[in-house]
Design a binder for this molecule. Sequence first.
Ligand code: 4AD
Ligand code: MG
Length: 466
Amino acid sequence: MTHTKRSKVKKLLSSSEEKSHVLLKGWVRTRRDSKGGFSFLEINDGSCMKNIQVILNHSDPCFLENDDKLTTGSCVAVEGRLVRSQGSGQAMEVQVEHLRVYGTADREKYPLQKKRHSFEFLREIAHLRPRTNTFGAVMRVRNRLAYSIHRFFQDRGFIYLHTPIITTSDCEGAGEMFQVTTLDLAQPPMNQGKVIYEEDFFGEKTHLTVSGQLEGEVYALAFSEIYTFGPTFRAENSNTSRHLAEFWMVEPEMAFCELDDNMDLAEEFVRFLFRDALEHCAEDLEFFDQRIYKGLIENHRQIVDCTFERVTYTDAIHILDKSNEPFVYNVEWGCNLQSEHERYLSEQYFRKPVIVYNYPEEIKPFYMKINEGGETVRAMDVLLPHLGEIIGGSQREDDYEILGNRMKKKDLKPENYSWYLDLRRYGSAPHSGFGLGFERLVQFVTGMENIRDVIPFPRTPKHAKF
Ligand code: 4AD
Ligand code: MG
């Protein structure tokens, strides 16, 4: 083979002119042999949804040498002429002059032989599923969304902050944390029935973070506006289509920002992400619209064009109460909104994204700013039709005394959070932020039913092998 620079399939397919010499590399998706003495291979290299067709002449030595090895799943390098396609279905194709097989894939054993496999089956082969159309599309959309998240915040002057993964604090106060330890679990050092954490790696009990928010607040109160975008962990035993034990969260945190401004930003952010996906992932979204979720693109356009509904928790409870819907979970003031309630509000009642705000103090974490009267806090959740909660956020309590008292009320030891309280002792400021679940976003944008199918390697209860 000569030293031609490799072109990606996406570039070749969109080329406006024929080329006498191109080199492409990728994986064989299908092979078809014609009686007229030709073989047609569909090659994909992940750069786009479409495959490029390459044509081999049966009398060509490079075909005769490799015939047996050219099976679905094998990896090849192809050199030849890029020409306008005579057949329908593709603009350009490649007439092969040289071919090399990098890696074969046994016809009898390679698992991806059929055109369509169930997502459950594909989860069992997480190392091969990226070579399917659906996962190719999911991962390209995921990639674009990650890029546009950075663009959104960078264009607005937010500082990208890397918060720690190992932590001693429990941000959400729900205790659903994975412990991090180097102690020998079979024989931990004990004193009067209690583990001596002073002997553990960090000298105290540590966990994987459930949120970067608390550390985010530290930096917001110095840089004004920051955002985090990193992995978070929840040891909740929820085997649902919307929960992962390890997921990525985006958390902006803004000083000089109250609840209304926070909701404005969340709304602008979600709309921006959908608009960007419509613009830059058109081919992949077309696929999802046809194969995964009919009407997806139209739904996204509506989200981009509409104003989100804003309703207080109290009004939301009234609406649910009057609905006569046969909810599984009872509705009364003070209860947590369940997924069925959230979906009713956004799908049936308002028929668009909804922001519910001012939740009961009792059901929300210690850090949320208390409203006058003390019954509700300045929390907000953004709910999307068919998905439910995608964003949770709040204005933060910025009063030293009130915050300390709320910690005690929620059984947290203020002395463990002295650094967090210090932010309210030295130059405190009104501030707010929110967290967007990145996989829930990808799920919604792609229309994928199960959250396990929008992350490369899902971590769920009893599943972390690969
Ligand atoms: O509502 P959550 O728990 O909020 C927080 O963690 C705040 N500290 C965020 C903040 O104010 N900075 O989580 C935020 C979002 C949820 O709305 C949801 O989209 C996602 O994170 N999320 C999950 N995604 C996948 N699997 C799970 N187990 C999730 N738990 C939460
Ligand atoms: Mg939440």
